[in-house]
Design a protein around this ligand. Sequence first.
Ligand SMILES: [Zn+2]
Length: 79
Amino acid sequence: MIIGNVDKDEKRKKFTLEIICSNCKAKVPGRMQTSEKYYGTTSFIKEVAYFKRNYLCGRCRDKKRIAKKRSPTKTTLDK
Ligand SMILES: [Zn+2]
């Protein structure tokens, strides 16, 4: 997963982040990357915090996607 914008010729900084799913609280080890010059900046820290707050694990993301797809048709078809 990449934080911020990394140009393809830019040096990358790799780091691990312990992310917790904001829905089921499952711990997910996040292997993250960012550009070397972005790492540690204020906007980087803010972006990481935002990312962590809104993170959904793969399973919850799938559930959310399915729920989104179903709900509009369900309301019109249900009697
Ligand atoms: Zn989850």
